[in-house]
Design a binder for this molecule. Structure first.
Ligand SMILES: NC(=O)c1ccc[n+]([C@@H]2O[C@H](COP(=O)([O-])OP(=O)(O)OC[C@H]3O[C@@H](n4cnc5c(N)ncnc54)[C@H](O)[C@@H]3O)[C@@H](O)[C@H]2O)c1
Length: 354
């Protein structure tokens, strides 16, 4: 199968590319390497991968890369609220406009399958257990851009291509393009480097999933022809509170002390328990890797110097984005189509735009 991964040189993409290539798929990665422009894609990606260094809003580059594809996977953009808050307009262009532009090209070219990476963050805050039928409750820019991208891509390709929206739990574990800024990886890096985990509150619930399990789900979805609608990606047993995540890390990294702060992190109100029953019905046995395995793998990578300085900006999307944004290397392009979609975003969330 010929698969095009948009944003495929990132944390998830580098793992997914290896997995899909090992299964015999022909993978093309389109990525602008926005966090490390001088990074060598050969270091990140298997040799057989075709690599296109391009912006995910460059419709000509997308069209060239997607011609003849059996599936397009959009896994690029800005991840998490702090990165999206650096420049809301840029976040809308990368997380909403880019998937829409790619869907329009996929439709024109007759690409039969489109997979969109979204996030369980769309659920925001919810008392009980959320599933794919729960109305999204986006609490910030990141979740709002994801909700709109899901709606538009699904509507545009209805009856034209199979669409699958993967709402991922928060991902942990090692990757050739390592991120240490998501909760479990960050706590592990802090525990190994300093022996301490700062914990603000900790009662918020968060589902987690291992990076290799996400790659397997993607491969399995691509292997089942047709679209599967919205799927939460994770496992029921991998719902944790933030305190439980810290305790799991402290168990795996002996001598770690948890420094407790105020009861709640006001900057991040996300709090929900997620059901992964739909995925388990479709693909039984997927996402089997527990949190502690990912924690041990990150700790081992630090112990044997595969990760040397965890404070390096390349491990932290927010630091990396601030650097390239301040240097003018990544800005909103405000093309006519991006402006039109910005307006749609403003109309949908007008009262809360900054
Ligand atoms: N990592 C998680 O915990 C998590 C959780 C839920 C959902 N997701 C979703 O999964 C997807 C992948 O996440 P990730 O952790 O691999 O992120 P990442 O930041 O490591 O990868 C994103 C990639 O997109 C590329 N990119 C961004 N803007 C670009 C542009 N304008 N032009 C070209 N390339 C550009 C970057 O260079 C990077 O390689 C995202 O859609 C994210 O929202 C991730």
């Amino acid at each position: 199968m010929r698969v095009v991964l948009l944003g495929g040189a990132g944390y998830l993409g580098a793992v997914a590319t290896r997995h899909l290539s090992a299964l015999g798929h022909h993978v093309t990665v389109v990525d602008g390497l926005i966090y490390a422009r001088d990074d060598d894609p050969k270091r990140l990606l298997p040799t057989a991968t075709a690599f296109v260094n391009a912006d995910l809003r460059d419709v000509d580059a997308l069209r060239r890369a997607m011609r003849g594809a059996d599936a397009v996977v959009h896994m690029g953009g800005l991840v998490g609220e702090p990165a999206c808050a650096v420049d809301e307009r840029l976040a809308v262009e990368l997380n909403f406009a880019s998937p829409v532009l790619a869907a329009a090209i996929a439709r024109d070219l007759g690409v039969p399958n489109y997979v969109l990476f979204s996030s369980c963050s769309v659920y925001g805050q919810h008392e009980g257990t959320v599933d794919e039928d729960t109305a999204p409750h986006p609490l910030g820019i990141y979740a709002r851009t994801k909700v709109l991208a899901e709606e538009h891509v699904t509507g545009m390709l209805d009856g034209q291509a199979g669409v699958t929206v993967l709402r991922l739990a928060t991902v942990h574990g090692p990757s050739p393009r390592q991120r240490l800024d998501s909760v479990a990886n960050r706590m592990t890096a802090q525990a190994v480097a300093t022996g301490r985990i700062p914990l603000n509150g900790g009662s918020q619930r968060r589902p987690l999933v291992h990076v290799a399990d996400v790659a397997e789900v993607l491969a399995a979805v691509l292997g089942h022809p047709g679209g599967h609608g919205v799927l939460n990606v994770g496992a029921d047993g991998e719902n944790y509170t933030i305190t439980q995540i810290a305790q799991t890390v402290a168990r795996a990294v002996p001598g770690t002390h948890i420094d407790r702060g105020p009861e709640r992190d006001e900057a991040d109100a996300r709090d929900y328990r997620t059901s992964f029953g739909r995925l388990a019905d479709l693909l039984p046995g997927t996402c089997p890797t527990p949190l502690i395995d990912g924690v041990r793998q990150i700790a081992a990578a630090m112990a044997d110097q595969r990760i040397t300085d965890p404070d390096r900006p390349e491990y932290d999307n927010l630091k990396g984005l601030r650097a390239c944004h301040a240097a003018g290397r990544l800005q909103a392009v405000r093309s006519a189509e991006c402006d039109r979609l910005w307006q749609e975003y403003a109309d949908a969330f007008g009262g809360v735009l900054r």
